[in-house]
Write a protein that binds this ligand. Structure first.
Ligand SMILES: [Zn+2]
Length: 265
């Protein structure tokens, strides 16, 4: 018997654009793999190119945690250490149906409708960052003094960060499933979360002002399954729709238009 939550796929919605670091960004990499001496907290880097990037999982995790707080969800699952998160098997839970959850058995799993790709440096930023001379590749470092809450001893640390002004390309993909009006609500929620994130922070040390980011949306587009079956440009065109260079608010206003081709509203 098929699993309950598996619904036919109708197509995909894409939100593509740029994330600009308005302040220094620190998304921590693993210190074990570090090859630069002296930095206590290095940033995440692509192992092949050594360029810093924003892991899709970090962006997705941040959007999810904002959503959990927005919806006032109970943090019922341990994510390791002090981190707690919300996960449930209610197919009407906005958070879990968009971001997925694992149940106690496979029948209860809600597969995530969202995929968030790793965000790589955009070309212009890459060229600019190549030229800065900080002793680190593409990044800068900053001393941060933190106080040990128990002993009150100062604990100066060197944090590596991606400089303000750097831009990354992002790509968020949403699966449109045959399931009445959920897509409209899901996409509206997603766009709201992107807006909210701009007034929150990405990565670590947000309370020190790190991680303020701005989003620009280059493309908001839809592709029906027929798009992928099409063999001519004409057929592809008639099975897709695209809005370009819209603000987040304009995208919110046009969710109906983007979804209209799916006949599910
Ligand atoms: Zn839930």
């Amino acid at each position: 018997m098929p699993r309950l939550q598996e619904k036919p796929l109708l197509g995909k919605i894409f939100i593509l654009g740029k994330i600009k670091c308005e302040t220094g960004l620190h998304i921590g990499g693993s210190k074990e793999k570090m090859d630069i001496g002296g930095i206590d907290a290095p940033v995440m880097r692509d192992p092949l190119t050594r360029e810093p990037y924003i892991p899709g999982s970090s962006l997705k995790g941040k959007l999810r945690s904002l959503f959990e707080r927005m919806e006032n969800k109970q943090f019922n699952r341990s994510g390791g250490g002090d981190v707690w998160r919300h996960e449930c098997t209610d197919s009407q839970c906005y958070v879990c149906r968009l971001f997925g959850s694992t149940g106690s058995n496979a029948d209860e799993n809600l597969p995530s409708r969202l995929s968030v790709r790793d965000c790589l440096l955009e070309e212009e930023s890459r060229e600019k960052l190549k030229k800065i001379d900080t002793g680190l590749q593409y990044t800068e470092w900053k001393f941060e003094n933190s106080l040990d809450r128990v002993t009150a001893a100062a604990n100066p640390r060197q944090l590596e960060r991606i400089p303000a002004g750097a831009k990354f390309e992002f790509e968020i993909v949403y699966n449109v499933e045959a399931s009445n009006g959920e897509a409209k609500k899901d996409l509206s929620n997603l766009l709201e979360l992107i807006s909210l994130l701009q007034d929150d922070y990405l990565g670590g040390h947000g309370s020190r002002g790190y991680g303020k980011v701005g989003f620009t949306i280059d493309k908001f587009m839809a592709r029906k399954l027929e798009f992928y079956r099409a063999t001519s440009e004409e057929d592809k065109k008639s099975n897709s729709s695209i809005l370009e260079n819209k603000t987040i608010d304009e995208c919110k206003q046009n969710v109906d238009e983007i979804l209209s081709m799916f006949d599910i509203l």
